[in-house]
Design a protein around this ligand. Structure first.
Ligand SMILES: Cc1ncc(COP(=O)(O)O)c(C=O)c1O
Length: 451
């Protein structure tokens, strides 16, 4: 693949040097041109940057998808166990091939995929898994569903990803796995996390729920650790309403995942272990199969547009795009996210900035407003009999005492993002509208106090 008209090597070098922005520097409107025509803020009665223009629709729907669902409906093959050549087994083969790994087990959601991995690794009551507080609840529910304890490590506030040093600091004698999350669809610092895992002999389950097709150090996210999981929930860049997948190249481990997700029943038909019923159905797989080709083109466009947007925002110190780690060749750009630095916006708080941007016809919003360490599940779970039995009172007290994640709190307060599955597939003009709106508000930052 040549993501930006550069060779793969040039692209990786450019991305690694600072960010993907380096590859989009061609044909940028000069910063001065934009600010000169910035004009009065729309929220104060000026002309909006963007008027009456729709963004690309999401989820993506086309005739191929509709035809695939009709065909599956008429076939009467609605459940994966009816046929070895049905849409679910076919999707598993095709997706594994596309991702460059050997095996895939499709599930009914990303949460189900993650929970299946936790069970397949034999993790249960009394065990601990280290993960991020800055994620979808599904990540920690996959751990709690096995009655294990999710231990939440703090973030790198510039990348919004797990801080590997804090991950290592939180390892105890009960730690059984690390579950890093690739937030926004861009890679976490997987190289360091894998090294920590090797040092402590811990398996890694990649939560790549948002990270379809993204590449890091020459491999697709979700295929680097022994197990990786995806979500195909509607908002995702490859979607079927609700769906998920487990990826891996270790046949024995992947067979265990199959058995767990198939109500504990192996491919040979023997009921062997505790297992929920998490099978993907044939309609979901039909929708996914029909969009795989288009998804790759949309992924390419989002990367191109993200790089362009990042390059255009270089003139605005008040909005700093998500930091990408060395080795990032591409991201899924499920979200395009930025840190709002109010000190560069005349100390206006984020909500004023977001109101002003919305009036310009461009929607930016906060993402996760509270880290999972601040949600009521913590006390509710620690009070449960199984947790009181399986963890010592000292461990549970230490868990409460060490729950704070100040960098995650900071990210929750500073983040401004665009839901990118649809908008980032747009045209260069769409990207210019986003950048122009941001730069216009920046240029008028002394007006924000009046909003
Ligand atoms: C990072 C992350 N992990 C896990 C999940 C759970 O996936 P699902 O909603 O398919 O269960 C999601 C879904 O939004 C997610 O974004």
């Amino acid at each position: 693949m040549k993501p930006h008209g550069l060779t793969r090597r040039q692209f990786i070098a450019a991305a690694s040097a600072s960010s993907l922005a380096a590859v989009a520097a061609k044909s940028l409107p000069a910063y001065g041109d934009v600010t000169r025509k910035a004009g009065k803020l729309a929220i104060l009665g000026g002309e909006p940057v963007r008027k009456n223009k729709a963004w690309p629709d999401w989820p993506h729907v086309d005739d191929q998808i509709v035809d695939a669902v009709v065909k599956t409906t008429k076939s009467g093959i609605w459940c994966r166990i009816q046929s070895e050549t049905g849409t679910v087994p076919t999707f598993e083969k095709e997706f594994a091939k596309l991702m460059g790994t050997k095996f895939c087990v499709a599930t009914g959601s990303g949460t189900q995929a993650l929970h299946t991995c936790v069970e397949a690794l034999g993790i249960g009551p009394g065990d601990e898994v280290i993960t991020s507080p800055y994620t979808d609840p599904g990540t920690i529910m996959a751990i709690l569903a096995s009655r294990a304890l999710p231990v939440l490590a703090d973030l790198d506030p510039e990348s919004y990803q797990l801080d590997p040093a804090d991950v290592e600091r939180r390892i105890t004698e009960n730690t059984r796995a690390i579950m890093p999350v690739h937030m926004m669809g861009q890679p976490c610092h997987l190289e360091r996390i894998m090294a920590i895992a090797r040092k402590h002999r811990l398996p890694v389950i990649e939560d790549a729920a948002q990270a379809h097709l993204a590449e890091y150090q020459g491999k697709k996210l979700g295929t680097i650790a022994p197990l990786g999981c995806f979500s195909f929930q509607t908002s995702k860049t490859i979607a079927c309403g609700e769906g998920g997948a487990i990826m891996g190249s270790d046949e024995e481990l992947m067979d265990k995942c199959y058995t767990v997700h198939n109500h504990g029943t192996s491919r040979k038909g023997r009921t062997e272990v505790i297992g929920p019923k998490y099978r993907m159905n044939e309609f979901e797989a039909a929708v996914l199969l029909a969009q795989l080709a288009g998804a790759q083109e949309r992924f390419r466009r989002r990367n191109e547009n993200a790089a362009y947007l990042t390059a255009r925002l270089k003139g605005c110190p008040g909005l700093v795009p998500q930091k990408l780690y060395e080795g990032t060749a591409s991201g899924s750009f499920y979200l395009y996210s930025m840190t709002y630095r109010k000190e560069h916006f005349n100390n206006a708080d984020r909500s004023r900035f977001l109101k002003a941007i919305a009036a310009e016809g461009v929607g930016l919003s906060p993402y996760i407003e509270r880290g999972l360490h601040r949600e009521p599940w913590v006390e509710n779970v620690l009070k449960l009999k199984v947790y009181q039995k399986m963890f010592s009172p000292q461990r549970l007290q230490q868990y409460r005492d060490e729950l704070s994640c100040p960098k995650c709190d900071q990210v929750c307060q500073e983040m401004a993002m665009i839901w990118a599955s649809g908008p980032l597939v747009g045209t260069r003009q769409d990207m210019d509208d986003i950048a122009d709106a941001i730069l216009k508000v920046y240029e008028n930052r002394d007006q924000l106090a009046a909003i």
